[in-house]
Ligand binder design. Structure first.
Ligand SMILES: [Zn+2]
Ligand SMILES: [Zn+2]
Length: 347
């Protein structure tokens, strides 16, 4: 079978290897689709830890079920979550499950960009293999993981009723965040985004206003108008760039919250007026990744018509064209969400 892997010099390469087999407690899944995440692009740029594993948003059909697996059968349509917490350590017991030391060491074999991949017995036992409702097509299913990340973040910051929310960076996950905030009762949702294509996608999803941050005073004017000059309740840095984080700290109201949501580059530093953060009582809350309860919840929201996601997919390319798919995903002016597809995509 074919596998898309991190190759030398920041390239994604297709490798030939044997199909994984389902051992006791495990399942294997034939790929339908797997989204390209911003963190996959960062791995290519060398900015993010990686064991060469790419692709963590896969959906597909169960190819084989190992002995002792209950409730899953060959042919089932499923989403598979790549990381699972241990649910037993001190970090997990405090509820910070995505920061569990075990969490980021668990992985799909060999990753989501493969004709067939294997979910371990831990994945299966801890509910990381989620059967998809009939109402969830492959495109929507491939957005469950990033939508789950946005929901986990909103739970960590604690979205207040009728809150005003600013999302800085309306890439696929920023767009999902904005839509979720709206669905969960935000009174105003605004955003900033360099790409015109992505600003237009934001407007389709019921965002109130999206501006180009390069336009002088556009952000300040939008926020001042929406909040009577107070600043937003929640500013989401959906890009980890220090300038974006700084803009978030400046757009938030006194006592408001900045959500550090996009992955910052390794070694980058907080660039903010610390006295202002202190005197204005701004909370900075990081949020990383997601777990099964939030993924199940966004699954239910999509089924119930409370969250639209599938229209954010701008491109789907077969695994054989993964290099081109990555080139497209790295171009915000040309794409929103790009999926890599496998044999199960057609059926
Ligand atoms: Zn992701
Ligand atoms: Zn743990």
């Amino acid at each position: 079978m074919k596998v898309g892997r991190l190759g030398p010099a920041g390239a994604v390469v297709l490798e030939e290897r044997d199909e994984p087999r389902a051992g006791p407690g495990e399942v294997t899944v034939r790929l339908a689709a797997c989204g390209i995440c911003g963190t996959d692009l960062e791995k290519l740029r060398g900015n993010y830890r990686s064991a060469g594993i790419l692709g963590h948003e896969p959906v597909g059909r169960i190819a084989a079920v190992g002995s002792g697996v209950g409730g899953l059968a060959e042919g089932d349509r499923v989403f598979v979550h790549h990381h699972v917490p241990c649910l037993a350590c001190e970090v997990c017991r405090r509820g910070d499950t995505t920061f569990c030391p075990t969490y980021s060491t668990t992985n799909l074999d060999p990753g989501g960009f493969a004709d067939v991949f294997r979910a371990s017995a831990e994945h299966v036992a801890r509910g990381a293999v989620l059967p998809l409702d009939r109402a969830i097509d492959w495109r929507a299913g491939a957005l469950l993981e990033p939508a789950g990340c946005a929901l986990t973040a909103l739970r960590r910051v604690g979205l207040a009723d009728r809150a005003s929310v600013l999302v800085l960076g309306l890439g696929p996950v920023g767009l999902l965040y904005a839509r979720l905030a709206r669905s969960l009762g935000a009174s105003w949702v605004g955003g900033t985004e360099l790409s015109e294509l992505r600003r237009r996608a934001a407007e389709r999803g019921g965002i109130d206003a999206a501006v180009d941050p390069r336009e002088p005073k556009a952000l300040e004017t939008m926020v001042a108008r929406a909040t009577d000059g107070r600043g937003v309740d929640l500013a989401v840095a959906a890009s980890g760039h220090p300038s974006v984080v700084r803009a978030a700290t400046e757009a938030v109201r006194r006592g408001g919250t900045v959500n550090l949501f996009g992955l910052p580059e390794a070694g980058s530093r907080l660039d903010a007026d610390l006295q202002q953060l202190y005197l204005r009582g701004v909370r900075v809350v990081p949020s990383y990744a997601t777990t099964e309860p939030e993924i199940r919840e966004v699954h239910e929201m999509i089924v119930g018509g409370r969250l639209a996601v599938a229209d954010l997919v701008s491109h789907d390319l077969p695994l054989a064209e993964i290099a081109e798919a990555f080139r497209l995903a790295a171009r915000p002016d040309a794409s929103v969400k790009v999926l890599v597809t496998g044999a199960a995509f057609a059926g």
